[in-house]
Write a protein that binds this ligand. Structure first.
Ligand SMILES: Nc1nc2c(c(=O)[nH]1)N[C@H]1C(S)=C(S)[C@@H](COP(=O)(O)OP(=O)(O)OC[C@H]3O[C@@H](n4cnc5c(N)ncnc54)[C@H](O)[C@@H]3O)O[C@H]1N2
Ligand code: MOO
Ligand code: MG
Length: 394
């Protein structure tokens, strides 16, 4: 019997590229990009006001010397021009900075009366201006081929006009339950029967990976198993099975796989739960077979410790690894690798983070680089190593 480490290595070594496909932007979350996304224009595309107020030419502004208001620049208006540098134009957040202006003063710092604006402090050139191209320049790389798309990336994809995009294709998966004791979810089981729960669990787990799957049930009868699995081997990229792989009289799967020329990579792993796991690849069709032991926890744990990592590797992603500090003594006197269920106290988990520097709340590029936000109380300063409340993005 091989070790968990060996078994995991063998599974990961069988990574496969399933090609590419085009998806709508709203179906792209969690998918892996197979094209580079470039800025189709500068970000921001024009010198943009970051405040509601007045646009001025800083050099020509004097405190308590009222500025005549020439007009209003609304967001969405084409660029205007300040005719006289000693005048001003009202300007809204998101509007184009007018020609001849180099600063914006917030309404809160201005008194407006009879078409004139009086200011109480002199503006600094560049204040409240988000300069054209300061976040990203036209044709620069925004998202790189191979990146996994998160919800923070959606805004930027929309901004560059990517209504649809190329992503890595996912495998076509069949979920096969076996066993004469199993009945579908919509039936009332007899006393000696149970409903098939693994099928739905596996389908839900795959759905979280954006993988569509088809459910099948095959009774413990060799002829039927052979026929249905032969068909499935041709029609799908991956078969995920549960049950029928241990030592029982009706655990037919290993011999059926052999009969159907599936190359066995291994059967049985020195681990608990999930010991009778059978893994192989069909020689001709290259279909992957993950035949998990039928006990529900074995199926569930094996899916996580093998299938998830395999799928990440197929998509060129490194699997996320966390560490946990246990509040209990833990021991394992057996010769098997144990996978113990734990309940992580997420409220107390401490992550480490780096600030994402950006150009303020109009900068979608910096949002795309962030995983969440921290809450920093007013009037505060913290040393490196301080702990904050963290709100992760979904
Ligand atoms: N003599 C031995 N017996 C067993 C061993 C062993 O090493 N020597 N291993 C045990 C371990 S560990 C496990 S796990 C199970 C695995 O059994 P199988 O993969 O052969 O699965 P089945 O026999 O078909 O079923 C086992 C158990 O799981 C339930 N099951 C099956 N499919 C589903 C489903 N779709 N939904 C819900 N529950 C399901 C099934 O009813 C059985 O209760 O073998 C041990 N035996
Ligand atoms: O060790 Mo099993 O895979 O009964 O759970
Ligand atoms: Mg069995």
């Amino acid at each position: 019997m091989i070790s968990y480490t060996e078994a995991h290595k063998i599974v990961i070594e069988t990574v496969k590229d399933f090609g590419e496909t085009q998806v709508h932007i709203m179906d792209s979350i969690g998918r892996v990009l197979s094209e580079d996304i470039l800025a189709d224009r500068d970000f921001p595309p024009f010198n943009r006001s970051t405040k509601d107020g007045i646009a001025v030419n800083a050099e020509h502004v004097k405190i308590n010397n009222p500025l005549r208001i020439e007009g209003v620049c609304a967001a969405g208006d084409p660029q205007k021009k300040l005719q006289d540098p000693a005048h001003c134009l009202e300007i809204m957040t998101g509007a184009v900075l007018p020609l001849n202006c180099d600063a914006v003063i917030m309404y809160e710092e201005v008194d407006i009366e009879n078409g004139k604006a009086r200011i109480s402090s002199s503006p600094k050139p560049e204040q409240n201006i988000h300069r054209k191209g300061s976040d990203q320049q036209k044709d620069e790389l925004i998202l790189e081929k191979g990146e996994q798309i998160s919800s923070q990336n959606i805004g930027i994809l929309a901004s560059v006009g990517k209504e649809s995009l190329r992503v890595k294709k996912l495998p076509k998966v069949a979920i096969i339950s076996t066993g004469n004791e199993l009945v579908p979810i919509d039936q009332v089981p007899e006393i000696h029967q149970i409903r098939t729960s693994n099928s739905y669990t596996l389908q839900a787990l795959l759905k979280q990976l954006n993988i569509e799957s088809e459910l099948m049930h095959i009774p413990d009868e060799k002829k039927i198993l052979e026929k249905r699995i032969r068909e499935a081997l041709q029609d799908f990229d991956v078969l995920v099975l549960s049950g029928g792989v241990s030592k029982g009289k009706y655990d037919y799967l290993p011999e059926i796989f052999e009969k159907l020329s599936v190359q066995k990579k291994f059967h049985r792993v020195a681990q608990q739960p999930g010991k009778p796991f059978w893994f192989g690849i069909h020689q001709e069709y290259k279909t992957h077979i993950f035949a998990f032991p039928g006990n529900p926890v074995s199926t569930y744990v094996n899916f996580h410790i093998y299938f998830n990592d395999w799928m990440d590797a197929c998509l060129g992603q490194s699997s996320k690894k966390y560490e946990i500090r246990m509040n209990d003594e833990v021991e394992n006197p057996t010769d098997l690798t144990k996978f113990l269920l734990v309940s992580a106290n997420h409220e107390k988990a401490v992550l480490t983070g780096d600030l994402v520097n950006g150009n303020g709340s109009g900068d979608l590029v910096s949002l795309s680089k962030a995983s969440g936000v921290i809450k920093v109380d007013k009037q505060s300063a913290f040393k490196v190593g301080s702990v904050f409340s963290y709100i992760p993005f979904r």
